[in-house]
Design a protein around this ligand. Structure first.
Ligand code: ATP
Ligand code: LTN
Length: 335
């Protein structure tokens, strides 16, 4: 048996709904690259998910290419991993239909992301927004993924994917692998810089609430300087200090320093010094990503070559899954 077959399989996805935030980066994508040697990794730009909220077609196309270039800039090596655009592999949508017949209306109604997004897009509570977690389950189960690297906000969706897999296995016999979440210890939930009780999100209307990974150094420093904190002047991680806790988490994630080390580094110093240090550390950390991105986005032919090969490799795996699923369900074989 080849080495490749012994490795566990990882799948994750990210929506092309805008430039990635520092939250997406720390909570998800930056963890993807280091997994490539130890696991078989499959990463997708999930454009089918993105259209659950209204998208302007030209902008979606641009965001999808940008997102693809960004994951490569963040360290995904298309020679080591399979990196593709979700709509290029039709098997995801097909399996999603099958799995929706093993999903209960009640369990979808309990999804907090559905509640949040339907409150935010009250004029367009479409069926796709409701069934979104079934498509996410299909993304994962189509590859029989063992591990799914995600931020903490996606844990509920992953639990649902496990329930759907379990129900299918119970009905038709053991088939799908039970996927496990892979959530980072530091930075699993990066909060908004303007309202630290809310998660940092690409779709936030307030541009000062989130740092984008393509923001330049001055912009990053300015956003951190304006970050909402408390009226004390003590840099320490404590309940009730959500703003400072968030900045400490971010600083720890980009410098590797522990919370204790950060507390002693800034003891006797004010929030101004601390915010500036966080801004500088984040900007320096993101600089190589930004310059790699600039090169990649200028080379559309290379990107096309990568996502075409990625889609072929991905489809090859999922075609097999789907034909086994069809047989299990009792569909008539055409061959
Ligand atoms: P949108 O605002 O369009 O809903 P989003 O910013 O929430 O998008 P997604 O594409 O839904 O981003 O998420 C991609 C990955 O980033 C997921 O694994 C998700 O858990 C992670 N993630 C998103 N926001 C954060 C955050 N604030 N902190 C940590 N991880 C996050
Ligand atoms: N639902 C996720 C994005 C996503 C995903 C996936 C993540 C779609 N399919 C499969 C991991 C595995 C989100 O909104 N962040």
């Amino acid at each position: 048996m080849s080495d490749t077959n012994e490795k566990k399989l990882i799948f994750s996805g990210i929506q092309p709904t805008g430039t990635f935030t520092l939250g997406n980066y720390i909570g998800a994508i930056r963890n993807w690259g280091p997994l490539q040697d130890e696991y078989n990794c499959i990463y997708s730009i999930v454009d089918l998910h993105a259209i659950t909220v209204r998208q302007e077609p030209a902008k979606l196309r641009q965001n999808t290419l940008q997102a693809y270039a960004l994951i490569l800039a963040c360290g995904i090596d298309p020679e080591k991993s399979t990196a593709f655009i979700q709509s290029h592999n039709h098997n995801h949508a097909e399996l999603s239909w099958i799995l929706s017949c093993s999903t209960q209306f009640g369990e979808l109604s309990r999804m907090t992301q559905f509640k949040d997004k339907s409150a935010k897009h009250a004029d367009d509570i479409n069926a796709g927004l409701f069934t979104y977690p079934v498509l996410m389950a299909a993304d994962i189960l189509a590859y029989n993924a063992d591990l799914v690297p995600i931020g903490a906000d996606q844990k509920q969706h992953l639990e649902l994917a496990r329930n759907i897999a379990g129900r299918f296995n119970q009905k038709y016999g053991e088939f799908f692998t039970m996927p496990e979440p892979f959530i980072p210890k530091t930075g699993a939930r990066v909060m908004s810089l303007q309202d630290p009780s809310k998660k940092m999100s690409k779709s936030d209307e307030n541009p000062n609430a989130c740092v984008l990974i393509l923001d330049d150094k001055d912009t990053i420093i300015r956003k951190f300087k304006r970050a909402v904190t408390d009226s004390e002047a003590e840099v320490c991680y404590r309940e009730g200090k959500d703003g400072i806790n968030n900045l400490m988490t971010i600083y720890s994630a980009v410098t590797g320093k522990s919370l204790e080390e950060i507390t002693s580094e800034f003891s006797g110093k004010g929030y101004g010094d601390f915010k500036l240090a966080v801004g500088e550390a984040v900007a320096d950390h993101l600089e190589p990503v930004r310059s790699k991105y600039e090169k990649l986005i200028a080379d559309k032919a290379y990107l096309k070559e990568c996502y075409t090969a990625g889609a072929e490799a991905a489809s090859k795996i999922t075609r097999k899954t789907l034909s086994k699923v069809y047989r299990k369900i009792g569909f008539v074989d055409i061959r």
